[in-house]
Design a binder for this molecule. Structure first.
Ligand code: CA
Ligand code: CA
Length: 110
């Protein structure tokens, strides 16, 4: 399963291309641009499982760092600062990782 099964390849390119500068990542804008926000909760959950590469049931810091790469292999890694901001936005229960419900909430809020 890949992102382009759910999302428009051109939207992905535009969204990833909008945040090429280090420390420019804005997850709200990104989730909107990439078309994730208008997807059904089921599709958002499928995207969560793509992002959860090691299938631990959570998106951990390392997986957050490569979130852009999960959409487009040539994209950059997030900076440590961007990962911190994203984790703080998504991690509601404070376990330092993002669960599926936290992820769907994060997308819905964007
Ligand atoms: Ca994981
Ligand atoms: Ca959490």
């Amino acid at each position: 399963m890949s992102m382009t099964d759910f999302l428009n390849a051109e939207d992905i390119m535009k969204a990833v291309g909008a945040f090429t500068a280090v420390d420019s990542f804005d997850h709200k804008k990104f989730f909107q641009m990439v078309g994730l926000k208008k997807k059904s909760p089921d599709d958002v959950k499928k995207v969560f499982h793509i992002l959860d590469k090691d299938e631990s049931g959570f998106i951990e810091e390392e997986e957050l760092g490569s979130i852009l790469k999960a959409f487009s292999p040539d994209a950059r890694d997030l900076s440590a600062k961007e990962v911190k901001i994203l984790l703080a936005a998504g991690d509601k229960d404070g376990d330092d990782k993002i669960g599926v419900d936290e992820f769907t909430a994060l997308v819905a809020e964007s």
